[in-house]
Ligand binder design. Sequence first.
Ligand SMILES: Nc1ncnc2c1ncn2[C@@H]1O[C@H](COP(=O)(O)OP(=O)(O)OP(=O)(O)O)[C@@H](O)[C@H]1O
Length: 324
Amino acid sequence: MAAVVARDLCRTFTTRQGALRRTAKTVEAVKGVSFEIAPGELFGLLGPNGAGKTTTIKMLITLLIPTSGTASVLGRDVVEDVREVRRRIGYVFGGDRGLYERLSGLDNLRYFSELYGVSPREQKARVGELLELVGLTGREGEKVEGYSRGMRQRLHIARGLLHDPDVIFLDEPSIGIDPVGARELRATVAGLRERGKTVLLTTHYMFEADELCDRIAVIRSGEIVAEGTPGALKGLVSAGRVMEVETYGVVQDEVADVREVSGVRAAVVEERGPVQVLVVSVEPGAEVTQQVLKCLDGTRVGRVSHREPTLEDAYVELVTGAHA
Ligand SMILES: Nc1ncnc2c1ncn2[C@@H]1O[C@H](COP(=O)(O)OP(=O)(O)OP(=O)(O)O)[C@@H](O)[C@H]1O
């Protein structure tokens, strides 16, 4: 039996706009999302801002009722069997709110253990084990106000695991965390899988998904546009090449022109320190260098290079529509 099943999940929000003449606006946040996660699998939901990742997770953890479609966790329906689903899942949202700043990490975990009904007999061992898992052993006596963002986030993960859930939902856990903190966090997430937990992770960061996930679904505008192992997703673009052009002050019109060049599958601008790098995905065998540079006629251009595609390139192509 799959640990998590989503079938044609849809969720629509209606909001009111305008101060005087209030008009209703409907947003289709999730439009028919389906996937299955096997027990013990680490599944990534990858997508840009506003793609519908959080809305999907909220339906799976019983915080939002789907407009249509069904979902189950460990065989329990998320609408019919709310109590049972909640008992068996843990979830952690990105950001560092929700902890008691004036208390130590240890006291936070003790407090939440009481709240979650962890029996006093089990509490000590469980808390100790979780501190170990999230790499906070030795720091547990310090007040949370002195913790870095990464440490807070790891403490959040420990909090989400206090009741020993089988399935864990992590919504952008590494948001706002520096690279060192993010690496420690990834080690913690990898540790969850080693313990046999089923994990659904959402992230914007491709390398994070690449490193951690067994399978990834890429979500765009409320729909899944691709699903597979990181390797398979890379395979979608691996037949092509990637051209990178350093530019200084490239404008959106020029990028739009580049996208129109025959043989170009996608083009995006990445800020890398003082330079902007125009990253162009090119179809196999296409020769586009001259044409692309022609589009950048009015812009100062630096080094031009070519490289193999990465998962990030696959992702950019998927979310900008080249494979839609
Ligand atoms: N309560 C709400 N009321 C109205 N619109 C909403 C609500 N929650 C989400 N939305 C809209 O639904 C869409 C999907 O949002 P969601 O938060 O699920 O995306 P996301 O992929 O998690 O994005 P992010 O990476 O920014 O967290 C967005 O357009 C968002 O504005």
